[in-house]
Design a protein around this ligand. Structure first.
Ligand SMILES: [Fe+2]
Ligand SMILES: [Fe+2]
Length: 194
């Protein structure tokens, strides 16, 4: 069941970036810090690319597909989560547009961007919680050792161009870039100008 640990790790990486964005928004609102648009763009890019192209397809294509087969009663929650995977893509577009308006239009664009960040963070936390608290326990109970072999292979297949080592290394380096750009306490980059 290596895949379970990988799903948890991927959720933690995503949560760290979401927390980081909320922190930056609060810092701008409460301390009047200047926005670091390179950092905000890298974060939005990460939460677009990482869940949409890397994390969700593995859940849909392997974990959810096999759980549907072994446990038909899981269908409603899996339908809801797959719907959220699609909704997430639209929410990311909202977030990108709000960031572009903020970057181009200045302070007048801040409230819209702040609202889009908190909307996306709430949405995605709720989604990850349902996966961790409802779906993973069902999967542990219902899936067979053969199912886990197939799921683990998909989550650890280092030869796969979409999910393999190369893709993983790209997301890791993007994550490191965020950590290097972000000011303490969320990263190791320079403190924001006030
Ligand atoms: Fe998901
Ligand atoms: Fe997930």
């Amino acid at each position: 069941m290596k895949a379970i640990g990988i799903i948890h790790d991927e959720h933690r990486s995503l949560a760290a970036v979401l927390h980081g964005m909320l922190y930056l928004v609060r810092d701008i609102r409460e301390r009047g810090s200047a926005p670091n648009f390179d950092l905000l763009s890298a974060m939005v890019y990460y939460i677009d690319a990482f869940p949409e192209r890397y994390h969700h397809p593995k859940e849909d294509g392997y974990l959810f597909r096999l759980l549907r087969k072994r446990h038909p009663a899981a269908a409603p929650v899996l339908d809801q989560l797959e719907r959220q995977h699609k909704e997430g893509a639209a929410k990311i577009r909202d977030l990108e547009q709000a960031l572009a308006r903020y970057r181009e239009g200045g302070a007048a664009g801040f409230p819209g961007f702040a609202a889009a960040v908190s909307d996306y963070a709430d949405f995605h936390w709720d989604h990850m919680r349902t996966e961790e608290e409802t779906v993973i326990p069902m999967a542990r109970e219902r899936l067979t050792p053969e199912d886990w072999k197939e799921i683990d292979a998909a989550f650890t297949d280092h030869g796969d161009p979409l999910f393999g080592a190369k893709a993983e290394a790209e997301y890791d380096s993007l994550f490191r870039r965020i950590v290097n750009l972000a000011p303490p306490p969320i990263g190791v980059g320079p403190a924001p100008a006030t």
